[in-house]
Ligand binder design. Structure first.
Ligand code: UT7
Length: 328
């Protein structure tokens, strides 16, 4: 039986910091409201000349450096994103070219905030089946380009960044014990980007005037409750599939949409907040990239040690949710 392992992690966050205080200057909001309702203090914003593949390139290079592998070793690149450089070709293809991974096949996965876990799931099974050998599983977003900066209910939540892991079939590294993914298309209209696809004229003056290209959150407080429920279910599913209990988990690295959602999940699972890795204060919600960025930070700061049982979990637009259990 093949052992599927993560042998390197990397991330990249743009330098520019946008604080809640900065938002106060052009939005009817306050640092106090944002912090108490979401746990966010600041977020990172990409430079004007940066595309998602530029952020991902640095994250991938850092992951490859940790793994001790070179561009020509990579035969698969899966990019999770809802903000690709272009819809055609896939964002992953621009990344493949920038990384000079000439031996790799590359494609994108769209699963919003759960995208990284979807991509990990696909890479895990492709490598397990023998179809591929060495994958870059990467998630990157420039959310600052798809939010409506006049809509205070939503724009305060998001940030930019990228995270990556190198996955291969190896006795070394952190063993991916399982991955589980789910969708609920029936309720997909609560968090969406309505324009840009075949449902509307992809780009027109009319669609831009209507703001259809922006990310929309409908009844966000309803998604809040669903998120808590789905996060808890995803965690339970992961441990159960491995004949373990939630109390066996050393660290949960969850998607970070709202600190209160994470606290709600912890309460539902009866799991201590001290064993949940939280980055939302510094980075906000970076959609699919949130989980691999937090994972890389936890690895590099020593919050994850060899032997630890690490549980990744996410919930997002689509609706999508999932988990992965990893023995570090
Ligand atoms: O990534 C995974 C998917 N993400 C989610 O599913 C998001 C989940 N939802 C949430 O995180 C929260 O629902 C939000 C942070 C989006 C909103 O927090 P809330 O506690 O649910 O607030 P609310 O929408 O019920 O709004 C409460 C009040 C409203 O005013 P009234 O109607 O009570 O007078 C809003 O207009 O807060 C107002 N408000 C704001 N005030 C200051 C909304 N946004 C802001 C703002 N600054 N930025």
């Amino acid at each position: 039986m093949k052992r599927i392992s993560i042998i390197g992690t990397g991330s990249y966050l743009p330098e520019k910091v946008l604080t809640n205080k900065d938002l106060e200057k052009f939005l009817d909001t306050s640092d106090e409201w944002i912090y108490t309702r979401t746990g966010i203090k600041e977020r990172r914003i990409a430079k004007e000349d940066e595309a998602t593949s530029d952020l991902c390139k640095v994250a991938c290079e850092r992951a490859m450096e940790m793994a001790g592998v070179k561009s020509h070793d990579i035969d698969l690149i899966i990019l999770a994103t809802i903000t690709p450089d272009t819809h055609c070709p896939a964002g992953a293809n621009w990344l493949e070219a920038k990384l000079k991974c000439a031996n790799a096949v590359s494609f994108d996965i769209t699963a919003a905030c759960t995208g990284f876990i979807f991509a990990l799931h696909v890479a895990y099974h492709l490598i397990k089946s023998g179809a591929n050998r060495m994958a870059l599983v990467v998630a990157g977003e420039i959310m600052s380009r798809v939010v409506n900066w006049k809509e205070r209910e939503s724009c305060i939540l998001w940030g930019d960044g990228a995270g990556a892991v190198v996955v291969t079939d190896s006795r070394e590294g952190a063993e991916v014990l399982s991955t589980h993914i789910h969708t609920d298309g029936e309720n997909g209209d609560t968090l969406l980007m309505p324009g840009g696809g075949s449902k509307t004229t992809p780009i027109s003056h009319e669609s831009v005037d209507k703001g259809l290209h922006y990310l929309k959150m409908i009844e966000a407080n309803k998604s809040f409750k669903v998120a808590v429920q789905r996060f808890a279910e995803a965690c339970e599913e992961a441990v159960k599939a491995n004949n373990l209990n939630v109390c066996d988990v050393s660290l949960i690295v969850p998607h970070q949409a709202n600190l209160r959602i994470i606290q709600g999940m912890a309460k539902k699972l009866n799991f201590p907040m001290e064993k949940i890795y939280v980055t939302i204060e510094k980075y906000g919600n970076i959609s699919s990239a949130t989980v691999p960025i937090a994972l890389d930070e936890a690895v590099r700061t020593g919050s994850i040690k060899k032997g630890d049982l690490v549980l990744l979990t996410a919930f997002g637009g689509g609706l999508t949710w999932g988990s992965s259990l990893i023995r570090w």
